[in-house]
Ligand binder design. Structure first.
Ligand code: HEC
Length: 147
């Protein structure tokens, strides 16, 4: 199909803009998730509950309803052991909570900061699975179902 000459440049420009947008889309937290977390948690965060990797999709935000829950989701081994720095972890957690946590995220929950992540990483409970079980028990008692 014949395209008027002046439209060709517009097409080239638009294509370039679209391509650079999609390259940028896999930077930052999304890229870190793909590299550091997705192998276990899967692309949509559904995990493999039958193999002990909990579903985060549509539920992760409930943890923010308790200070211990807010701490715990940064203190699990997968987050503790990543080579990401505190700022990158804060950005990653905020990205997870804004995206896959869906409506489970309380609207008034403040975002994580690098300083908060740093403090949480430095003060980890000795028994994380036990701490998780306690948080989940309390959330269930509040009416928020988590596997
Ligand atoms: C080797 C597999 C593995 C990797 C890699 C991994 N995780 Fe996990 N994650 C788990 C398992 C298993 C749990 C369940 C708690 C536990 O036993 O530590 C979990 C729990 C969590 C939780 C708490 C959810 C809940 O319901 O308890 C969050 C949040 C989380 N991971 C985020 C991440 C992020 C972010 C990354 C990447 C930086 C990551 N994980 C990397 C296996 C992994």
């Amino acid at each position: 199909m014949a395209v008027p000459h002046r439209w060709k440049w517009l097409t080239v420009w638009l294509l370039g803009a679209v391509l650079s947008q999609s390259a940028q889309a896999v930077q930052g937290p999304q890229r870190n998730y793909m590299l550091q977390c997705m192998g276990c948690h899967l692309e949509d965060g559904s995990g493999k509950p039958e193999r002990g990797i909990p579903n985060m999709a549509g539920v992760l935000g409930h943890f923010l309803r308790l200070p211990e829950g807010r701490a715990l989701i940064v203190q699990v081994p997968g987050v503790m052991n990543t080579p990401l720095d505190d700022r990158q972890v804060a950005d990653l957690m905020n990205w997870l909570l804004a995206g896959m946590a869906g409506t489970s995220r309380p609207a008034d929950a403040p975002p994580y900061t690098a300083d908060e992540v740093k403090a949480l990483r430095a003060n980890r409970p000795a028994d994380v699975p036990k701490a998780r079980a306690e948080v989940v028990r309390r959330l269930r008692a509040m009416g928020y179902a988590i596997e």
